[in-house]
Design a protein around this ligand. Sequence first.
Ligand code: ATP
Ligand code: MG
Length: 435
Amino acid sequence: MQRFAKEKPLYKKNIPLLIPRAEHQISRSAINRNALKVLYRLHEAGFSAYLVGGCVRDLLLGVKPKDFDIATDARPEEVRKLFKNCRLIGKRFRLAHILFGPEIIEVATFRTHHENAKEQHGKMHQGMIIRDNVYGTIEDDAWRRDFRINALYYNIADFSIVDYTGGIQDIKDKVLHMIGDPMQRFHEDPVRLLRAIRFLAKLNISITEETEEPLNRLSYLLGHVSPGRLFQEVLKFFQEGASLPTFHLLQKYKLFSQLFPETGKFLEEPATLDLLQSALTNTDLRIRENKNISPAFLFAVFLWHPVQKELEESTKNGLPIYAAYEKALQYHVKKQTEVLAIPRVMQITIRDICLLQYRLSQRRGNQPFRLLQHPRFRAGFDLLLIRAEKEVDVKELATWWTRFIESSHEEREKLLKEVEKPKKYNRRKKRKKKE
Ligand code: ATP
Ligand code: MG
């Protein structure tokens, strides 16, 4: 961390570029109604109030914003006094949440970069920020953000856009550009490595050479991030409709193996690559069609081949198949959870989806009817379907299950008889022998 001279001012401050209402395309009709209410209320009370971050970036790029964040010079306690539906949250930094039914509008007081804080309110540990709750000006607030496209402000006072860092130019050039020295900024908060990948994939933009250069080299820094935070970031990868390009970029910059070490060992194998790509393509398609997606399903897909390998070893050593499944799953889910803090319920779902691969192959008696009632049947069947795309011996099973699902009760009975026939025949034969 010594390579960053302490005495040098971190960033050059400059005069912002102001883009008046007539010269940009953000119209109030595209802004969330509740966010507008909050902005106006703050403004009327004499505070400055801006939309900031991802929503301004997305509106300028013609993308639908995920959330509308607000920045203000009002302190959290002042914000609370203005709104009865307000809750103050956060340890790392204090934020105001304004609640409108299920919707939350987040209001943050301008903060400064930790290095600018006279008294050490901001805290560092091995070059990483661990607490940065130091209030500042809008200018300070802009420079502490990660990328220039994320540091644009929409001013409710005159509907102009305020740009301190060069974000407007980057929006025009469609490029991701870290604010400040990329090496230092990635060191401060290695999650920015993942944020960079996410924005590249989601916004389909390019990256400046200086911002790109450390991505590969600093991938190891993810090992310093808490599993809880990493899990939250990985969830976002799956939820934005660009999980396939995200996966390719994670691979390109050697970040994937930091997040999924065991899966990473199998990426040279076409079968694993095919399975992953197929699942991620499906996920992106579902998001485009506004359907639900299941992160647990994707985790199950990622762990499937490592689990298979473990299974082979255990069964070779004489462990019964079901016990071998349980052992392999316990090992791999636990190992993955050490890197990404997968919640307990999701761990059970992942385990069930993988176990269903075995259970779906057991089609005797009442079993298939019972499996149809299994809460994870659909996800298990979906994994079976994508496995069947490449595994010849799974194809027959997947076709049978597809027919079974689509059939009437009588037809299902017939399908069951089809798979039961050979066994009955054998039993009869055996009995005859005994007689
Ligand atoms: P999206 O919400 O679409 O995922 P976003 O850019 O809005 O993208 P958020 O996590 O909602 O991302 O953060 C809001 C803003 O806060 C960002 O635009 C950025 O300015 C700032 N920010 C978030 N995380 C960081 C970080 N790790 N380092 C610096 N600034 C950050
Ligand atoms: Mg956001």
